[in-house]
Design a protein around this ligand. Sequence first.
Ligand code: AHR
Length: 506
Amino acid sequence: ASAPIEVTVDSARPGSKIDRNIFGQFAEHLGTGIYGGVWVGKDSPIPNVRGIRKDVVAALRTIRVPNVRWPGGCFADEYHWRHGIGPAKDRRVTINSNWGGATEPNSFGTDEFMDFADQIGSDAYISVNLGSGTVAEAAEWIEYMTADPATTAGKERAANGHAAPYKVKYLGIGNESWSCGGAMSPDHYVDVMKPFARFVRNYNPAQAADGPGAMQRIAVGPGDDNLAYTESVMKAWKAHDWAWSIEGLSLHRYTTGGGWPTTQPSTGFDEGRYALMLKETLGMEETIAKNAAIMDKYDPAKKVAIAVDEWGAWLAPDPGTNPGFLRQQNSMRDAILAALNLNIFARHADRVRLTNIAQMVNVLQSMILTDKEKMVLTPTYHLYRMYLPFQDATFVPVTFDAGVYSQGDIKLPRIDAVAVRDTAGRLWLAVTNLDPARPARIAARFPGLQVRGAHGEVLTAPRVDSVNSFDAPEAVVPRPFAGKADKGGLVLDLPGKSVVVVRIES
Ligand code: AHR
């Protein structure tokens, strides 16, 4: 057996607060992400509340989704909100030209989305159409959602069933405007974005004033390491006056395991492909660091947040599915990939205050897969449940020598670890063992604390490509896990390819 890996948890030096919104999600009109995955319609035999699946809502409530980004993605820059309000029979049927040319019935529109967000207990992140829409259309949309019921816009909303103003916590001003959102140069985007930041107003009295509850505007930022948008948007922000501002900069970074089009399979992959994906995903650290360095130049007080509002594993579509629907399975590997990214976000909690994994149901690295009445929770879902104590917790520094896990030419850290103090003051430690074969013994020290033990859960599986299927939904699920007290510290025995989250008892 190899020597234990020493991990020191310095609970006397608390760091930044980890905004719970780093656990946000993304639900685009894409494939069966909305239709089938969330919305089945009021007359469906699948149990639903006002057309929204009960099973999916119950599962999402459990993981306390802090915010959900909607309606896209690329879809957002061609979305016209008026197609999706009012009596169902009058709604326009359109074509989803971004995603497989699918028919878009518009039966899931603004009021249905807000109902869904409310049912799962989540805040709304609305991405407005900057690409093919106008400032006026976007302004009227947010007015419809947030205006006083005494106004014409508020009366229209009330006539559609919701008298009280909705809360719109985040406003996305365009999506990937360097590509599907209009192929704009960074400076052109800045000029187009400013009137949206100025005129798209939130009238909800609880949000209208500046302050912590106010709507936060997220401008388009970089995709991967293309930093030109970061420079242009932040330079403009530094020079902004009373007339406009933004509170966040979007960053998109997917893990594809070798560029586009994506070819990495979501099942039946070997250890070489496993290691390749993890190596690429760890590049999130450098991407954030590079962007944060540019932002620090213009905004040393860190007023503008990085919003990693699309990230995750983007793999080859499942065989036999419409390639435009981006349907992929989700394995133990993907849960480890999610843990590594969440750990990176936690370490950058001073700047990264919002993220949205792509996507929520049936699309890319999803939490949930459905097929008609069937539903299964993915390993990524379980990882999100295990990380619940991290929501709004305080970062606690952890030092360790990670060791090396080698696979062919690829060298990776053998373990990763983060710790937090939760909102109730309890200390938590999360450790990931990347090595699929070698168990890892962790000797954890907690200077200043006498530790009596640790309890929590471990997520592991027989293989890195183990998945949960409709036939075997519990192949990858968390199991109880305990650490042993040892000389005032702890010993944790992690199996290969595992994530452990434990509460430290002192
Ligand atoms: O999440 C799928 C797509 O990926 C989004 O629509 C787009 O913003 C990105 O390219």
